[in-house]
Design a protein around this ligand. Structure first.
Ligand SMILES: [Zn+2]
Ligand SMILES: [Zn+2]
Length: 118
């Protein structure tokens, strides 16, 4: 089973602007405390944190399965609860199409990244 992550934006008075932090489902993972001045900044940080986990996990396994039982196609970032809860899931193509606002996580092109190094 492909590993999934959930990041929750925690705040005293969400979605009112105020101190916000990210809570990650990965045991021991404490997302860096960065200024999150607005709900949109918090959402960007949550999606970025999930993307980091997804990229660190490497290529999707060929036998990765979608929750519906289909063959998973990609890692996808989705959100729920008005953008307060973010998930990284592996989904098959029909499920990606059926998920509003699904963001497919593109694999990093490692060669291009290396070329940029001195
Ligand atoms: Zn994390
Ligand atoms: Zn599916």
């Amino acid at each position: 089973m492909e590993k999934l992550w959930t990041v929750t934006i925690v705040s005293d008075r969400y979605p009112a602007p105020g101190p916000m932090a990210l809570r990650c489902s990965e045991p021991g993972c404490r997302p860096e405390r960065v200024p999150l001045p607005s709900p949109s900044a918090a959402r960007t940080a949550a999606a970025g944190h999930l993307a980091t986990h997804g990229h660190r996990a490497g290529a999707l396994r060929a036998d990765a399965a979608c929750g519906c039982g289909g063959v998973a196609e990609s890692r996808v970032i989705t959100h729920a609860e008005a953008g307060r809860v973010w998930h990284l899931a592996v989904l098959c193509v029909p499920c990606i199409r059926a998920t509003p606002d699904a963001r497919v996580l593109r694999p990093l092109n490692v060669r291009n990244v290396r070329r940029g190094l001195p």
